[in-house]
Design a protein around this ligand. Structure first.
Ligand SMILES: Cc1cc2nc3c(=O)[nH]c(=O)nc-3n(C[C@H](O)[C@H](O)[C@H](O)COP(=O)(O)OP(=O)(O)OC[C@H]3O[C@@H](n4cnc5c(N)ncnc54)[C@H](O)[C@@H]3O)c2cc1C
Length: 436
């Protein structure tokens, strides 16, 4: 009987456990995790912050569900892996043997390194405990400074504003999320932030957090401006948790390197999810996503391989449906402008692929809440951003994912002032009809 050990009870770990159980009814599955209640919806934390959902809705998986899966949930922190002995050592000294091991321990927020970062009232948004702490603090906080220019910083800013805290948002670049959004899209977000009374400061960097009796009292920017505040929240990117793997001798780059079977360089050790950097045989690249869907699929493929099958992970076109300043926004494929001088890796709900600047012509329509931008290559659409009306986002996802030949509509799409939503809708109706 095989003995499977999974470190991490996130969506990748759980996806692996479910796949193993389907492939091997008898094997022993142990999930080791340091989250007290195991699995929960991390993307849901943003909605918890705004008060739109309660805590219980974030926990769709209960301890009983692990039992139903005939898997053991072991609360603990994996401190060391001994690959020769096939053992995981927990921080309390317990030694857990494995035949096959999955490392699915996710990523953590890049920490602020300015003076004052250890003051009480400095917060990030990595997990449930952070979210609870922030909600608790908003009962007394009046003014917050939020640092960061991506999705997480915006979620923090909006969560705080929804709880009646006055928010200053400090963005290092000249506009919001400039390496993924174009000028029009950044402006749409910025206008809405203004309407939400969030005060934005562009090309502004934090130099120091000022304290009084050990608590946050204000900040100073590199330009010398001072702002009073009693809460400092930051979302400046994430980094895969690499220590455990590095100390084990597992090869890492920005994440734990894995082949398309989710195997690391060490025998019987696999990886999946936010911590993993997986080779994509189609593009020949190894990229990092911090996305729920890919993490789940990687976990599934890793689980099948752990159980002795030969499954290959094919990287799908990364996509996310998120909310930017209250506006539903779908991001699919390569839509970016390169790194734009921004060395920050990625944030939560983000993909390195989105920064890719494709060899494509831009077709766009709608310059207010209902906006669409398509990256039109020679025969295919390689990326899209859909803001507001989402009627076509699933169709665009399929068109991009399946590399559907759009030659018949290409000239119409890239014509000046083209009604691109109508063109895509008609095209999709034809594709759909021919598929059924
Ligand atoms: C606020 C927020 C918003 C997000 N928004 C979106 C979104 O809009 N769309 C989207 O697609 N994705 C979003 N994400 C990202 C998504 O949640 C992640 O991609 C996904 O959770 C990754 O799953 P994972 O299993 O790889 O890692 P995780 O979910 O991070 O799980 C890893 C688990 O391992 C545990 N762990 C770490 N170290 C150890 C150790 N040594 N021993 C034992 N356990 C350990 C961690 O505590 C954690 O429970 C968001 C995430 C956050 C936090």
């Amino acid at each position: 009987m095989s003995n499977y050990v999974i470190i991490g009870t996130g969506v990748a770990g759980l996806g692996a456990a479910e796949a193993i159980r389907k492939a091997d009814a008898a094997g022993v599955i142990t999930l080791i995790g340091d989250d007290p209640q195991g699995f929960y919806s991390r993307p849901g934390l943003a909605y918890y912050l705004t008060g739109e959902v309660g805590e219980s809705t974030l926990y769709p998986y209960q301890l009983q569900d692990y039992k139903n899966l005939n898997a053991r949930f072991l609360r603990g922190t994996a401190a060391q892996i001994l690959p020769q002995e096939h053992l995981v050592v927990l921080s309390d000294g317990k030694r857990i043997p494995y035949d096959r091991l999955l490392i699915a321990i996710g990523s953590s927020a890049i920490r602020l390194s300015v003076p004052g970062a250890a003051l009480e009232g400095v917060v990030k948004l990595d997990h449930m405990e952070d979210a609870r702490r922030i909600v608790g603090m908003t009962k007394r906080a009046r003014t917050a400074v939020v640092v960061g220019g991506g999705i997480t910083a915006l979620e923090l800013a909006e969560g705080l504003a929804a709880r009646k805290v006055k928010v200053h948002l400090l963005i290092r670049t000249a506009r919001y999320w400039s390496n993924v959004l174009d000028l029009v899209e950044s402006e749409i977000v910025e206008t809405r932030l203004h309407e939400e009374k969030i005060i934005t400061h562009y090309q502004t960097e934090l130099a120091e957090i000022l304290g009084k009796r050990g608590k946050v009292a204000g900040i100073r920017t590199t330009g010398g401006q001072e702002l009073a505040c009693d809460l400092l929240a930051y979302g400046i990117g994430i980094r895969p948790r690499l220590n455990l793997a590095q100390e084990t001798g597992i090869t890492c780059d920005r994440g734990i390197l894995a082949d398309e079977h989710l195997r690391t360089n060490l025998p019987d050790i696999f990886t999946a999810g936010d911590v993993a950097q997986i080779f994509d045989p189609i593009s020949g690249r190894s990229v990092i996503d911090s996305l729920w869907g890919p993490a789940r699929e990687q976990g599934r493929v890793a689980g099948l391989n752990m159980a002795g099958q030969e499954a290959v992970y094919t990287k799908a076109v990364p996509f996310n449906v998120t909310r930017l300043a209250g506006l539903t926004t779908t991001i699919i494929g390569a839509v970016g402008s390169g790194l734009d001088g921004d060395p920050v890796t990625i944030a939560r709900g983000d993909s390195e692929t989105w920064r890719d600047m494709p060899d494509a012509i831009i077709a766009q329509s709608g310059f207010d809440v209902n906006h669409m931008r398509l990256m039109v290559a020679n025969k295919t659409i390689v990326g899209a951003i859909v803001m507001g009306d989402q009627k076509l986002s699933a169709a665009l996802q399929a068109i991009i994912r399946d590399r559907i030949d759009i030659t018949s509509i290409r000239e119409h799409l890239i014509a000046p002032s083209a009604p691109i939503a109508d063109i895509v809708a008609r095209f999709w109706a034809q594709v759909h009809a021919s598929r059924n």
